[in-house]
Design a binder for this molecule. Structure first.
Ligand code: HPA
Length: 245
C-alpha cells in the first residue's frame, strides 16, 4: 500500500476513491488526523494530511512520530511526502517541482526519534542518503511518463517555523549548500528511516525564499497560494501516475 502525506495545499486527494477513514492511536499519541484509505486506479492508498484536515497544526507541533508510526502500522510499504518549500537555488523558482536528495536539519525541540532510551540497546540508523532512492526514481520516472517536469535533486533545509526565515538565515543556508527550505522535512524522513520505511519527498516550490528574487523585500502570501493551487494539480497527476506504475 502506498502512503501519501499531504502538506500545505494538499489536504485531500480528489482522485482517491475512498473506502473508509480510520482514527489510529499509536504509542506516541494521535496522528494529525484520521487516515483515509482507498484506491487510485488499482493501487491501494492511505492518505494523511500532515497539518490536519483543516490545516490547523503548525509544522513544529505536528506529531511526526504518531504520523509515521500510524502509516507503518496500517501497512504502508512506501511513503511519498508532498511538501511546499521556498526556493533558494536559482533554478528553483515558484511552481517548480523537485525531488530532493539530501537534507540539512535546522529544527530543534521536536520529538525526532522512536528511541526513548531504556528499552533495548541504542541503534544508530544510517542516514547518509536520507531518502529512499527507489521511491525517488519512481517519482521521477512517473513524472516523465505523465509529461510533468520534475527536477532531480536538491538539498532540503528544514527549519523550525512557523515563521519564515530572515534574508540572512537564507544566505547562511545557501552557504551551507541548501537549495530549498521547508519546515516539515525533518524529523519525518529520519523517523521513516528508523522504521525502515522507504520514503521520498515531492516538493513544490511555493515562493522564492526570503531575500531572493521577488522575495527580496518580503514574501507575498497571496501569490504563494495561487502557485500552490496550480502546482498541486500537477502533483495529483503524478500521484495518479504513481498508482498506474
Ligand atoms: N520557508 C520555509 N518553509 C516554506 C517556505 C519558505 O520560504 N515556503 C513554503 N514553505
Amino acid at each position: 500500500m502506498l502512503g501519501i502525506i499531504g502538506g500545505s495545499g494538499l489536504t485531500q486527494l480528489a482522485n482517491l476513491d475512498v473506502s473508509h477513514r480510520e482514527v489510529v492511536r499509536t504509542p506516541y499519541g494521535e496522528p494529525s488526523g484520521p487516515l483515509t484509505f482507498g484506491r487510485i486506479g488499482c493501487q491501494d492508498v492511505v492518505f494523511l494530511a500532515r497539518h490536519g484536515h483543516g490545516h490547523t497544526i503548525p509544522p513544529h507541533l505536528v506529531n511526526y512520530r504518531a504520523n509515521m508510526h500510524a502509516l507503518d502500522s496500517v501497512g504502508a510499504s512506501r511513503v511519498v511526502s508532498v511538501a511546499s518549500v521556498g526556493g533558494i537555488r536559482g533554478d528553483l523558482g515558484p511552481g517548480v517541482l523537485v525531488v530532493p536528495h539530501q537534507i540539512i536539519d535546522y529544527t530543534w525541540g521536536r520529538e525526532m526519534t522512536f528511541q526513548s532510551g531504556g528499552d533495548g540497546p541504542v541503534v544508530h540508523v544510517d542516514f547518509t542518503e536520507p531518502y529512499d532512492e527507489g521511491v525517488r526514481q519512481v517519482l521521477l520516472d512517473v513524472a516523465r511518463r505523465v509529461a510533468e517536469t520534475v527536477l532531480d535533486g536538491a538539498i532540503y533545509a528544514t527549519t523550525q517555523g512557523p515563521r519564515l526565515e530572515t534574508a540572512a538565515e537564507i544566505d547562511r543556508m545557501h552557504r551551507d549548500g541548501a537549495d530549498i527550505v521547508g519546515m516539515t522535512g525533518m524529523p519525518e524522513a529520519g523517523l521513516a528511516r528508523e522504521l525502515d520505511l522507504p520514503y521520498a519527498a515531492l516538493c513544490v516550490v511555493a515562493n522564492w525564499a526570503a531575500g531572493r528574487a521577488d522575495s527580496a523585500h518580503g514574501i507575498r502570501f497571496d501569490e504563494l497560494e495561487a502557485v500552490l493551487h496550480e502546482a498541486m494539480g500537477r502533483v495529483r497527476r503524478i500521484i495518479e501516475g504513481l498508482c498506474e506504475a
